[in-house]
Ligand binder design. Structure first.
Ligand SMILES: Cc1cc2nc3c(=O)[nH]c(=O)nc-3n(C[C@H](O)[C@H](O)[C@H](O)COP(=O)(O)OP(=O)(O)OC[C@H]3O[C@@H](n4cnc5c(N)ncnc54)[C@H](O)[C@@H]3O)c2cc1C
Length: 383
């Protein structure tokens, strides 16, 4: 029982936990080894209402408040971060971006298919030449009558080769953030190619792809938001995404703690359970405190979002702290498990590999630091 949650939120957490235990945990190691998730899993996630859980009910979503959605992402993060990523991109980077910026026609066209799992989406901002400095992107969209013609490439795109539609950010005007526009691009368009990237350190089962756009033609009705508004669209999506990512990191950290406590009680050294050694207890206690702190920072950002208040800085704080805490927790868990922590018979080696990307994507820890620094001083150290 968590005193800060309502009974309904406790119920949401419990049912998410049950589904994760039944459908994900028993298979996560095999999916990781195979570097592949079964596509049928998308149907399972849709049936459970996860893919559009955080979208408004009037748009076919589950209408979950942000704190409840964090509970779902925490359970998924604990069970399998590759699957958590599918749910986060579907709800946040893709679904909410269309819900917030799309026309009625665009919402009607894309969101029901997302909720049912028939048509996933992806968010394509990063390019081979720029990630943190997203405003420097080079993919171009040129006007041609009533159409736009897109040329360029994107890299590291989650669900890039599974998605039916990609939100593609492209340059339509001046250099810098004001010259960028967002487009909803069908991935079966002529000239659109998505190639899965293999050999990742973690999130091995999740689809991550390189995209190339070679004279891809879309009508002006595919524009998401106004011309020149694309950077704003991209950054608002990341504010949302960072909260669910932080919640996923809390799940990783909690999973590491649970696995470590249970192992430490069983494993004996020097004729006693290692749980009784003070230096092992220190590792466990640090994990516990950091997990709790990460969870509360995440819920704070989510509560601000639910109250309709600004949350950009709080989302950055939560994402920064929770991702670094997840990496520290996973590293400590490997230490507690000794040699057994280094093989994937136990979940902690995978937690460490999966956690590692969380300090990189949706803005590196350095970028989160600069967002917080900007909020504190009013001085942007980057544009
Ligand atoms: C598995 C995975 C999934 C991803 N999914 C997506 C996705 O779905 N959609 C998408 O668009 N992108 C996605 N990304 C891309 C991710 O968001 C970028 O990798 C990330 O933003 C960092 O960009 P970069 O890799 O180009 O690193 P760079 O920007 O080149 O950074 C390299 C280093 O320089 C540091 N640095 C850069 N600028 C500064 C600065 N001003 N001050 C201090 N340090 C700085 C960074 O912190 C980092 O340590 C994904 C990446 C991975 C690995």
């Amino acid at each position: 029982m968590d005193l800060t949650l309502t009974a309904e939120q406790e119920l949401i957490r419990e049912s998410a936990r049950e589904l994760c235990q039944a459908e994900l945990v028993p298979h996560a190691q095999a999916w990781d080894r195979a570097e592949e998730l079964p596509r049928a899993l998308v149907g399972t996630l849709a049936e459970a209402g996860f893919l559009a859980a955080a979208l408004p009910e009037e748009l076919g979503g589950g209408g979950l408040d942000s704190v409840s959605y964090c509970l779902l992402c925490e359970e998924l993060g604990k069970a399998d971060s590759s699957v958590r990523g599918i749910v986060s991109v579907s709800n946040g980077l893709y679904g909410k971006t269309i819900a917030n910026w799309g026309t009625e026609d665009q919402r009607g066209r894309h969101l029901p298919g997302l909720a049912s799992g028939e048509a996933l989406g992806c968010y394509a901002l990063t390019e081979p030449g720029c990630g943190s400095d997203a405003a420097a992107l080079a993919t171009r969209a040129e006007r041609d009558g009533d159409d736009w013609v897109l040329n360029g490439s994107k890299v590291f795109i989650t669900l890039g080769s599974w998605a039916a539609t990609a939100i593609v950010f492209a340059r339509t005007g001046e250099p810098g953030p004001r010259g960028i526009t967002a487009f909803l691009v069908p991935t079966d368009s002529d000239g659109f190619d998505g190639r899965p990237l293999k050999g990742k350190l973690g999130l091995r089962a999740q689809d991550t792809a390189e995209l190339s756009l070679d004279s891809v033609r879309v009508p002006d009705s595919a524009r998401l938001g106004d011309e020149g508004q694309g950077f704003k669209v991209a950054m608002s999506a990341l504010d949302n995404g960072r909260i669910s990512l932080a919640a996923g990191c809390v799940g990783i950290a909690q999973g590491c703690l649970d696995a470590s406590v249970s192992y430490a009680k069983e494993r004996e050294a020097f004729k006693r359970p290692i749980a009784g050694f003070q230096l092992v207890q220190q590792l466990l206690a640090e994990m516990h405190v950091e997990t709790e702190a990460a969870r509360l920072l995440t819920w704070k950002a989510a509560s601000l979002a639910d109250a309709g208040l600004p949350y950009t800085t709080e989302a950055a704080v939560a994402k920064w702290y929770a991702s670094e805490a997840a990496v520290r927790a996973a590293n400590a868990a490997v230490q507690v498990l000794g040699g057994y922590g280094y093989v994937d018979e136990y979940p902690v080696a995978k937690y460490l590999r999966d956690a590692r990307v969380t300090t990189l994507y949706e803005g590196t820890s350095q970028i989160q630091t600069l967002i917080v620094g900007r909020a504190l001083t009013g001085e942007p150290a980057f544009t």
